[in-house]
Write a protein that binds this ligand. Structure first.
Ligand code: FAD
Ligand code: AMP
Length: 480
């Protein structure tokens, strides 16, 4: 093995492994270094997303929803169930098997594409050199024309609730409970807190979510956020806004959390488990030597330009470790962009059309700008909404909660954003994302033929409603 490469990628999460595969597809001699180890101490690819993030959380969300559905949701269809039970260790094992299969699959993809896969730690030195230390501590120096940093992120710890991996856990620990906690506290009503809170609530936990902010899902479209709050509260999630956690005390197998409530009063709650989900921070520990030439910004992200080039020539950075939303697909697309740029192409990424999903039930999904953002930007806009309660397909499925909202520019009619809470929102929002990529107007979307009966018809109707032309709901504004 020669130690000179075209591309060295550090980190094999969805940003790094995708960058490595695309680089190799383009004929570049590529190596990907990954330091993650599984419980047996073996190196594994896949990063946060495959090991402890997107995939395992969705596996548990799906399992827990099936349990909830069998117990609570089938009656309405005339189906009776008896003795519906759960076996948490089996659920966790199923999730672990999916993780194993997918992380192993990356090794196969690397092989198929000719990517050299190394397990161990990479450290960027000056002059595009990388010090590689394997898991036995053996070190060698690799060189490349280009280096891609994709070291990801890690959960934020807060001193008022230090993780002990027994009673107080972060998102990783919350994927490993071996029994359903009777009372579960969650700090942070963000994406991860809501998803993990939902998993254990469906399995029977009494879940209290404590959130410091005044507005629920503050960065989302507030009409959709308010609707989502109502739906999730009705499901039994006790979400307490304007509640800042100030301390915690573990006694035996329980934890007592102190917090200030919306009136500034001190409150206390005791839980069997506490999940800390207060966000994630970029991870650069041990990644950069002092003279690497790569700079961090004031929040600890690797500083990059609009095409992910760092301040050091030939060194790029992608994924959670750089600015922008911490989403797997955002990192993957950056990985593709960088690999193609290294190969001499002029690829750019459209950061205005990155879908974002919260996998509660129903799902909450968005793409583009919120109404609040468009208003702040001072642009004139029209809105079209369509409630799932008016959708035949949603009714057939007994999934009528929520709505589709489309925002279009008042002068050009170009779609500026779409926000959905409702059944299959993740897949529905992608349809609007595709339309937005092609510069679609609301009228264009309204002129397309949608299959019947589908949930997609709700997207069609919302687009029609932008101009007061919705058919299956009374239009707020009437236009010819
Ligand atoms: P990571 O996936 O964190 O991968 C970085 C890799 O680099 C790691 O494997 C790490 O070991 C390795 N590494 C770091 N430093 C070094 C070094 N010096 N040498 C070698 N290797 C190194 N996003 C979504 O889009 N959809 C979801 O549904 C979703 N759900 C989530 C659920 C949970 C519970 C969590 C925690 C996250 C979720 N995310 C989701 C976020 C998503 O996981 C991240 O955005 C994504 O993993 C970021 O990819 P990345 O490649 O930048 O970093
Ligand atoms: P996200 O960044 O989407 O994962 O969301 C994390 C959430 O945790 C944010 O909405 C924060 O406001 C919230 N948060 C952070 N610290 C605290 C705290 N001490 N008490 C309650 N909520 C918090």
């Amino acid at each position: 093995m020669s130690d000179k490469y075209d591309v060295i990628v550090i980190g094999a999460g969805p940003a790094g492994y995708v960058a490595a595969i695309r680089a190799a597809q383009l004929g570049l001699k590529t190596v990907c270094i990954e330091k993650w180890r599984n419980e047996e101490g073996k190196g594994v690819n896949g990063g946060t997303c495959l090991n402890v993030g997107c995939i395992p959380s969705k596996a548990l969300l799906d399992s827990s929803y099936k349990y909830h559905e069998a117990k609570e949701e089938l009656k309405v269809h005339g189906i009776t169930t008896k003795d519906v039970g759960i076996d948490v260790p089996s659920m966790i094992e199923r999730k672990a098997n999916i993780v194993k299969q997918l992380t192993g699959g990356i090794g196969a993809l690397f092989k198929a594409n000719g990517v050299t896969s190394l397990f161990g730690t990479g450290k960027l030195l000056s002059g595009k050199k990388v010090e590689y230390t394997d898991h036995d501590g053996k070190t060698q120096t690799l060189e490349a024309d280009n280096v891609i940093l994709a070291s990801g992120s890690s959960p934020i710890d807060i001193p008022v609730a230090p993780v002990d991996e027994k009673v107080i856990v972060n998102s990783t620990g919350a994927l490993e409970f071996t029994e359903v906690p009777k009372r579960l506290g969650v700090i942070g009503a963000g994406v991860i807190g809501l998803e993990l809170g939902s998993v254990w609530s469906r399995l029977g936990s009494d879940v209290v979510v404590l959130e410091a902010m005044d507005d629920f899902l503050a960065v989302m479209d507030q009409q959709i956020a308010k609707e989502s709050f109502k739906i999730l509260s009705k499901q039994g999630l006790d979400i307490r806004m304007s509640c800042r956690v100030t301390g915690s005390e573990v006694k035996g197998k329980k934890v007592t959390v102190t917090y200030t409530d919306k009136d500034g009063k001190d409150q206390k709650e005791t839980f069997d488990k506490l999940i800390v989900c207060v966000g994630r921070r970029p991870y650069t520990e041990g990644l950069l030597s002092g003279d690497s030439g790569v700079n961090l910004d004031e929040r600890g992200f690797i500083h990059v330009n609009e095409v992910c080039a760092t301040d050091a020539p030939g060194v790029w950075a992608v994924g959670d470790v750089v600015r922008g939303p911490m989403l797997a697909h955002k990192g993957s697309e950056e990985g593709v962009m960088v690999a193609e740029r290294i190969a001499g192409q002029k690829t750019q990424m459209n950061y205005d059309v990155v879908p974002n999903v919260i996998y509660t039930h129903p799902e909450i999904a968005s793409v583009g700008r919120t109404e609040e953002q468009v208003k702040k930007d001072g642009e004139p806009y029209n809105i079209g909404t369509f409630p799932f309660a008016a959708s035949g397909r949603a009714m057939a499925a007994n999934e009528t909660a929520g709505l589709v909202k489309i925002i279009a520019h008042a002068d050009t009619d170009r779609i500026l954003g779409c926000h959905i809470v409702g059944p299959s929102a993740a897949d529905l929002v992608q349809q609007v994302a595709i339309a937005m990529e092609f510069g679609s107007s609301a009228e264009d979307l309204g002129m397309m033929v949608f299959g019947h009966p589908t949930l997609s018809e709700a997207v069609h109707e919302a687009a029609l409603a932008v101009h007061g032309h919705a058919i299956h709901v009374a239009n707020k504004k009437k236009r010819k």
